[in-house]
Write a protein that binds this ligand. Sequence first.
Ligand code: G6P
Ligand code: ZN
Length: 544
Amino acid sequence: MNIHTIATQPFLDQKPGTSGLRKKVPVFQQRHYLENFVQAIFNSLEDFTGQTLVVGGDGRFYNRQAIQIILKMAAANGFGRVLVGQGGILSTPAASCIIRKNNAFGGIILSASHNPGGPTEDFGIKYNTGNGGPAPEKVTDAIFAASTSLTSYCILEAPDVDLDQIDSFSLGSMTVDVIDAVADYGELMESLFDFPKIRQLLSSGNFRMVMDSLHAVTGPYATAIFEQRLGAAPGTVQNGIPLEDFGGGHPDPNLVYAHDLVEVLFGDNAPDFGAASDGDGDRNMILGCRFFVNPSDSLAILAANATLAPGYKNGIAGVARSMPTSEAVDRVAAKLGIDCYETPTGWKFFGNLMDAGRVTLCGEESFGTGSDHVREKDGLWAVLFWLNILAERGESVEAIVTEHWRTYGRNYYSRHDYEGVDSDRANTLMDQLQAQLPSLKGQTFGSYTVGYADNFSYTDPIDGSVSQNQGVRIGFTDGSRIVFRLSGTGTQGATLRIYLESYEPDAAKQGLDPQVALGEMIEIADTIAQIQALTGRDQPTVIT
Ligand code: G6P
Ligand code: ZN
């Protein structure tokens, strides 16, 4: 075997963020850059000789080249077997499913999620552990530490593997199995949801849906599941062929970036149901006919209706949401008498709770919902869950959501993003907020009085690890909240996120546009944080 040890020097910027290492493609294309990070992953792990690794990505530009490098490095570092999705494709939830199903040691997922792709756009790489979930902070810290002291990496000299053939190949003494990217995942979905019932709905002729894969990874999954298995009309899946640059778009399922879908669902003769997912398939957006379902509400509604799906018919153990996610699900948990956990932003914080059996459903305001069927959030799972509920209840999306509000009250919610803000300005804003925290309690702004103001800190109830500085929270005495944090997933400048929430129990007042209902909160946020003055922007880049 021809294993080379290549001398290298550390790059000092390989610190994984909220979800792995994300950089522009040209950064990854620097000599040794990707190799260094992959070696840092391997150096931070122990006892994997002869074990199985899962590898796949969202198909963005540089996916195939990166996979060839990773395969040769896995072989040189002693893995016994690598499972790789056909064409180098695996959605993030499918990768999680395959890691778990095969008792793999872990997996490497190549994605920058919802960020644009292409030769000058984003690329990303993250490591998932044997439970199928994103590496926890202690692992990512170890990877970063390893990256800063790296002096060499090992790679096998061998021809490239044919990623398009479903087959087994030898790479040195390692086996590479190129597997069907969809099959295992499709089977798992079928075990959770009532496929015959959904099939009845989709083929009834009375129900029309559109699924927008935004030219990203869920195209093949959605076509196989909705059109081939569940009888949805051909063409139900739009933008269903994964493209290396996502067709030049931003593969992020929200009202701004999924504009084609929004036009259809808010246009004349709109279908009954619309959904979209992101670059790597873990996010989702749910729309009804001329109706947007806020992701925080979606989590609450799935929790309240969980027993309608066969996989959850015996009830759910508990729920978890990220701190900035609205408290709508807390109200469902209280009614069901189950625990509700509040964690920092980032799916990795749900892993321990799911492994310990404390929670079944989890969700985030950032268009992420999922359950303990895998250890990632799961876009198509959420779509199927909604379809299962719609098939059982025979009501429209809007009717289900408004009835939910009548029962539990409505948590008006909105997120304002200021993207590409100068990092120094953004840090100044956060520092000034932090400095005000001790004096905010008791202060009155308009009709609101501050009940508490802090920087969120989380102690993991399972392993006791502490994560500090997870976002500034300003809570008002009537239960309204404003949260400020800087995104951990951007690659250019800083993204300031402001999360706004208020609670409305009165059904007669639940029909407002959230921007109107939250108008005073929006002004208070600017008064306290001086957003316009400090960012130099007079409005957010994205409002969801
Ligand atoms: C990724 C993570 C999520 C997180 C989201 C937003 O999608 O998987 O868990 O909520 O990014 O993170 P950000 O730091 O950009 O707000
Ligand atoms: Zn994603």
